[in-house]
Ligand binder design. Structure first.
Ligand code: FES
Length: 110
C-alpha cells in the first residue's frame, strides 16, 4: 500500500498508510491528523488546506477553478497550496509529502 507523509504544525513528520482512492483529507482523518475538512470534500470550505511539498506539486493534477476559488479564501496560502479533499491517492503518489498550514480559518470563523 502507498504511504504519505504529513508534516504537522510543530514540524513532526508522520508517515501513514495511504490507500489508493482515498483523498488526502480522508487519509488525514483516518490517522487522526488535524485537518478539519468542514464540508467533507464538497468544495464548500477551505479548512482542508494543505501545502504540498514543491517536488510533489507538479505531479498532482491541476486544481479546478472551483478549488482555486476556495483556496483563495484559505489562510496562509502558499504557491503549492491545495485542498486536501481534492487530492486523491494513486500508486504514483506513493511517498507524497504535504504540510499543514500554520493557521486555519475554521468553520466558526475563529
Ligand atoms: S473539505 Fe471542504 S473543501 Fe475540502
Amino acid at each position: 500500500m502507498p504511504s504519505m507523509i504529513f508534516i504537522e504544525r510543530d514540524g513532526t513528520r508522520r508517515t501513514v498508510d495511504a490507500p489508493v482512492g482515498l483523498s488526502v483529507l480522508e487519509i488525514a482523518h483516518k490517522h487522526g491528523v488535524d485537518i478539519e475538512g468542514a464540508c467533507e470534500g464538497s468544495l464548500a470550505c477551505s479548512t482542508c488546506h494543505v501545502i504540498v511539498e514543491p517536488a510533489w506539486y507538479d505531479r498532482l493534477g491541476v486544481a479546478t477553478e472551483d478549488e482555486e476559488d476556495m483556496l483563495d479564501l484559505a489562510f496562509g496560502l502558499e504557491k503549492t497550496s491545495r485542498l486536501g479533499c481534492q487530492i486523491v491517492m494513486t500508486p504514483e503518489l506513493d511517498g507524497l509529502v504535504v504540510r499543514l498550514p500554520s493557521g486555519v480559518r475554521n468553520a466558526q470563523g475563529g
